[in-house]
Design a binder for this molecule. Structure first.
Ligand SMILES: C[S@@+](CC[C@H](N)C(=O)[O-])C[C@H]1O[C@@H](n2cnc3c(N)ncnc32)[C@H](O)[C@@H]1O
Length: 340
């Protein structure tokens, strides 16, 4: 499906330069989308267009306030219309309402949390490491873990079909280990697509709060089990046919990844498969990738790694050379498949 490109609101209307727009407009754009998510504005419009007054009434909000926000959302391409009738654009309907196959509302809500952390960015850059990691924050502020998992779940909804399509699960594969499996969606998808498969999810307790309910709603309690803990303790059980290491490598140091990959080789049966999803560092780094590295430095004090770095860890652990699949768009990341 094609969508109309959104306007580049950082460009001034005339030919002259106005760099302050780069500072001001992204903040306002982000704040507007986040507040729309907090109010449930996109969800309220999912069933069809509403006048400004009707929208305000559904959101139990001030009509002038809602119209001011909605007019800006029109200007940045998230809504169409005017106070006589606002509607979600096709893209908003697709990505920010339950009607689309992926609902990134949790991502917008998570961005609200990330905004406050960004206040410490200059300090992080000075120190070269975070004041406190995201994982520590989650233990102090218990609402953050489930929210982050819901955000990751939205990513997983988007990635899931690519992952299942490209991963060669064989009929003799019985046991799957999902390191940093969080919301459980990937394990569930693989088990649903392969009747012979059982999965074990290892993640920190803060990431697993909603997972038992998700597994139970899918009726998979007998086949998907949770093993809360720090995966760096390497206490994951053994005898696995497939190990998933999906978007977890960029949250670890180089030395920890080396250690984890070496242990994956030990818990995999001969001929077993390691599946990695990550945002592989290229040269030069594109803007999204460079931004993600800033986020990682701030949140976990880690970075993204190149394919060459992963291949080195694989070969040191005794894996065959991994094959690589780049996803479309590349901002969705890449998959690496390594056989033991
Ligand atoms: C970016 S999320 C990816 C979640 C999921 N694998 C996916 O692809 O949607 C990274 C996950 O790794 C988990 N994680 C990171 N470091 C960990 C550690 N040391 N021990 C256990 N889990 C960890 C986090 O809690 C989080 O759930």
């Amino acid at each position: 499906m094609n969508f109309d490109p959104k306007p580049d609101v950082c460009q001034p209307t005339g030919g002259a330069e106005l760099p302050m727009l780069d500072v001001y407009m992204p903040m306002m754009k982000s704040a507007a989308i986040v507040s729309a998510a907090q109010l449930g504005l996109f969800q309220a419009l999912a069933a069809g267009p509403l006048t400004g007054d009707a929208l305000a009434s559904i959101l139990s909000s001030n009509p002038a306030g809602v119209r001011t926000l909605a007019d800006f959302l029109v200007a940045i391409g998230y809504l169409s219309g005017d106070a006589q009738g606002y509607a979600n654009t096709a893209s908003t309907q697709r990505w920010f309402t339950p009607i689309g196959s992926v609902d990134y509302t949790a991502g917008a809500l998570w961005t609200h949390e990330a905004w406050s952390m960004m206040g410490g960015l200059a300090h992080t850059e000075q120190a070269g490491k975070p004041q406190e990691t995201l994982w520590h924050r989650m233990t102090v502020e218990p609402h953050m873990g489930p929210l982050f998992s819901r955000y990751m779940q939205a990513f997983a909804q988007d990635l899931g079909p690519d992952l299942v399509q490209h991963t060669p699960i064989l009929s003799h594969h019985r046991r799957l280990l999902d390191l940093g499996g969080s919301h459980g969606l990937h394990s569930l998808r693989f088990c649903q697509a392969n009747d012979q498969l059982n999965a074990v999810i290892v993640d920190m307790a803060s990431a697993l709060t909603d997972t038992p309910d998700t597994v139970a709603s899918a009726g998979m309690q007998d086949r998907v089990t949770l093993r809360p803990g720090n995966l760096l303790d390497l206490d994951w059980g053994e005898g696995y046919d497939v190990v998933l290491y999906l978007s977890v490598g960029h949250n670890q140091t180089e030395q920890d990844n080396q250690r984890v990959v070496a242990h994956i080789a030990k818990v995999l049966k001969p001929g077993g498969l390691l599946v990695v999803h990550d945002y592989l560092a290229g040269v030069p780094l594109n803007a999204f990738h460079a931004a993600f590295r800033v986020t990682l430095l701030l949140e976990t004090g880690t970075r993204t790694y190149s394919e060459a770095e992963y291949q080195t860890w694989f070969s040191q652990a005794g894996f065959q050379k991994a094959t690589r699949v780049d996803l479309n768009p590349l901002e969705k990341g890449s998959l690496l498949f390594a056989k033991r």
